[in-house]
Design a binder for this molecule. Structure first.
Ligand code: SF4
Length: 286
């Protein structure tokens, strides 16, 4: 597998802070129509919010899937594999049908309730779903993730998947101070529906996501400015919160998870000593 293939080695922007176990990655679509304000991928993929399927997706995937040897494939890391467009195209479903005939394990990372449609295929593959739920407040999710399903719809989706014996981890990511850093109710709700793993991380600024954030939450952006641009640190191409604040936020989520019997992992924070399981929740794949 290499960079020109559809399926390639998972290597998130060569980040030294990534602690994921070895796995592959695959994106059926280029771009994403959820248009999240904080999206990182929009900074390096042109016309990102105009979602389009990969060229010759199905024949290419058929060829590449035949070479798999039991690896974990994370779908997707640069775009959501269930954009709104998927309801018409059913391309992700076709991809899962192909992968189910080959030797692999699947981790799906999504915000969409559409994933429930494909449970029948997922039952045939060692798999898990990672749902991103940044808040339990629908008003906040509507501002931050305008075209993704609401927070309550995503919580319901997690509940349905767990009821159908599909392992689920939740990404509470990104956490933005003054916006969604009060997480007790969300973690309590997740525990009550049977979630076993939470991965979390703080908001990292890139010029384009900061521009969008400043438009939709101008007052909060003013409060965040000194934290990021005064005391924060530059890591790779991202501007991070200061390390002591990141540690405080991640410890808070880790402690909540522990109190509710949920395993916990941090993502690209340099704080892996807080992890109580494989950071990405892939330990849930049976
Ligand atoms: S769902 Fe993910 S890939 Fe899609 S816009 Fe939101 S953050 Fe970006």
């Amino acid at each position: 597998m290499n960079g020109v293939n559809l399926i390639s080695k998972f290597d998130p922007w060569r980040s030294k802070l990534c602690t994921c176990p070895p796995k592959l990655t695959f994106n059926p679509y280029t771009g994403c129509d959820h248009a999240c304000v904080y999206c990182y991928a929009s900074s390096y993929i042109p016309k990102f919010f105009s979602c389009r399927p990969k060229k010759n997706l199905v024949p290419r995937l058929k060829r590449e899937a035949a070479k798999l040897k039991g690896e974990i494939i994370s779908i997707s890391n640069s775009s959501d594999p269930y954009p709104n467009l998927e309801a018409e195209t059913c391309l992700m479903r076709k991809c899962l049908e192909i992968l189910s005939k080959h030797d692999c394990k699947i981790q799906i990372v999504t915000k969409s309730s559409l994933v429930v449609r494909d449970v029948d295929i997922l039952k045939k593959i060692p798999s898990m779903i990672t749902l991103t739920i940044t808040t339990d407040n629908n008003n906040i999710s509507r501002i931050l993730e305008p075209y993704a399903p609401s927070s309550s719809e995503r919580i319901k989706t997690a509940e349905i998947l767990i009821e159908r014996d599909i392992p689920v981890s939740i990404r509470i990511d990104p956490i933005i101070p003054f916006v969604n850093d009060n997480l007790e109710n969300l973690v309590k709700t997740l525990a009550s529906i049977g979630v076993k793993h939470v991965t979390s991380s703080t908001y990292k600024i890139k010029p384009d996501n900061w521009q969008r954030f400043s438009m939709v939450m101008p007052k909060t952006a003013e409060k965040l400015k000194p934290l990021y641009f005064g005391k924060g640190e530059k890591i790779g191409r991202y501007t991070y919160l200061p390390r002591d604040l990141r540690l405080k936020l991640m410890k808070k989520v880790g402690m909540l998870a522990k109190n509710y019997g949920i395993r916990f992992g941090t993502c690209r924070e340099g704080l892996s000593h807080l992890n109580t399981a494989t950071c990405d929740g892939s330990w849930l794949i049976s």
